[in-house]
Design a protein around this ligand. Structure first.
Ligand code: HMG
Ligand code: MG
Length: 296
C-alpha cells in the first residue's frame, strides 16, 4: 500500500446508529449505506448481530447484512450465536469480533469475563480463518475505561496476544470514551507495531474531548493508515457512560485531503449520504465541517 493512501472504515451505520434512540427505518439504513458506498467508502461496519433486547436499533441486522455494499462489509459479532446469525444470512459479510481491554467494561458490554472471551473468541477467529475469511477484532477501552480509568499500555498489548495467536488479521484499537492524547496514541501504536508486525492496525477514536483529529495525526505519524470514522460524528457505545460519536468521516477526509493524503472518498458524496439520515436524527449536524466546510 502506498504511504499516502489511507483506508477509512465508515462505522456510522453501526457505531453511529446503535446509539440512536429513535428507530431508524431499515430502508433508510439501506439507502444510507448505499450512498456511503457511492461516496467511495470501500470498507464499512454495516450492522451488529447482538442482542436485539440490548441494542434495539440493530434488530434488523439480517435485513441489512443480506445486501452487499462494499468489498468488506463488517458486522459486529459478540459470540457464537452472533456468528451463526451472520454466516446464515450472507457469505459476503466479514465478522468483527469485539473485546474490552478493561474487564469491567467488557462485563457491562457483553456480559463476559476476560476468561470467557479467551475461551470463546480465539475459537471463533479460528473458525473464520478456516473458511479463508478476513477477521477483525475491535479492542475497546485500549486507553481509558469509564469504570477503571487509565489502562496500562503493556497490559493492553499483552491482552491482544491470544487473539493474534488465533490468527486475527486486523486489530481496531479503540479510544472508547475519547480521552487519549496524541502521545499515548503514538506510544501504544508504536508498541503494537513492534509486537505484531504482521497485523493490520486500525485506529478507532471517539471525539468526546475533541482530540480526534490530533489523535488521527499522531497515529498517521506512527504509520497507521487505517481509521474507523463515523459520518456526522454519529455514535457512541450505549454501555460506556459518557461516550459520544466517533471522529467524523467528513472531517478526517477533509483533513487528509489537506495533508495531501488519499482516501478515494468524495466529500460531496458524504454530504449526500448524511442527508439520508438527517431527517430521522432530527438534530443539527455537530461537526465543524457542517459549519465551515472543507479545510482547503
Ligand atoms: P446476554 O444477555 O449478556 O447473555 O447476551 P446471554 O448469552 O445469556 O443471552 C441472553 C439472551 O440473548 C438469550 O435470549 C440469547 O439467546 C440472546 P433469550 O433466551 O433471553 O430470549 N442472545 C442473542 N440474541 C441475538 N444475537 C446474539 C445473541 N447472543 C445471545 N448474538 C450479548 C450477550 C453479547 C448478546 C449481549 O450482552 C449483547 O448483545 N450486548 C450488546 C453489546 C453491544 O452491542 N455493544 C455495543 C457495540 S461495542 C462498541 O460499540 C465498541 C466499539 O465501537 C469499539 C469502541 O469504541 O470501544 C466496537
Ligand atoms: Mg466505538
Amino acid at each position: 500500500m502506498q504511504d499516502d493512501h489511507v483506508t477509512i472504515i465508515e462505522v456510522g451505520a453501526r457505531d453511529g446508529l446503535q446509539n440512536e434512540r429513535n428507530w431508524v427505518p431499515t430502508d433508510v439504513k439501506l439507502t444510507f449505506l448505499q450512498k456511503l458506498a457511492d461516496a467511495g467508502c470501500n470498507e464499512m461496519e454495516i450492522t451488529s448481530f447482538v442482542s436485539p433486547k440490548r441494542v434495539p436499533q440493530m434488530s434488523d441486522a439480517e435485513d441489512i447484512a443480506c445486501h452487499p455494499f462494499t468489498k468488506r462489509d463488517y458486522v459486529l459479532v459478540p459470540n457464537e450465536k452472533g456468528l451463526e446469525r451472520a454466516l446464515a444470512v450472507s457469505s459476503h459479510v466479514t465478522p468483527a469480533f469485539f473485546v474490552g481491554a478493561s474487564s469491567s467494561f467488557q462485563l457491562k458490554n457483553i456480559g463476559m469475563t476476560h476468561t470467557d472471551s479467551l475461551h470463546l473468541i480465539p475459537r471463533l477467529i479460528a473458525q473464520v480463518k478456516n473458511q479463508d475469511r478476513f477477521s477483525r477484532l475491535c479492542v475497546s477501552t485500549a486507553f481509558y475505561c469509564p469504570f477503571e480509568g487509565k489502562m496500562d499500555e503493556n497490559q493492553v498489548v499483552d491482552f491482544c496476544i491470544p487473539y493474534i495467536e488465533a490468527g486475527v488479521d486486523e486489530l481496531s484499537i479503540a479510544d472508547t470514551i475519547g480521552m487519549a492524547n496524541p502521545k499515548q496514541v503514538q506510544s501504544l501504536f508504536h508498541k503494537l507495531q513492534q509486537t505484531f508486525p504482521n497485523v493490520l492496525l486500525t485506529a478507532h477514536f471517539h471525539d468526546t474531548r475533541k482530540r480526534g483529529l490530533a489523535n488521527v495525526f499522531a497515529a498517521l505519524e506512527s504509520g497507521v493508515r487505517r481509521f474507523d470514522t463515523s459520518i456526522g460524528e454519529l455514535g457512541g457505545c450505549p454501555f460506556a457512560p459518557g461516550a459520544t460519536g466517533n471522529v467524523a468521516t467528513e472531517e478526517v477526509v477533509s483533513f487528509l485531503d489537506d495533508l495531501g493524503m488519499k482516501t478515494g472518498i468524495s466529500l460531496e458524496g458524504l454530504s449526500a449520504a448524511y442527508r439520508i439520515v438527517a431527517p430521522v436524527l432530527r438534530r443539527p449536524n455537530p461537526t465543524t465541517y457542517a459549519k465551515l466546510g472543507p479545510f482547503s
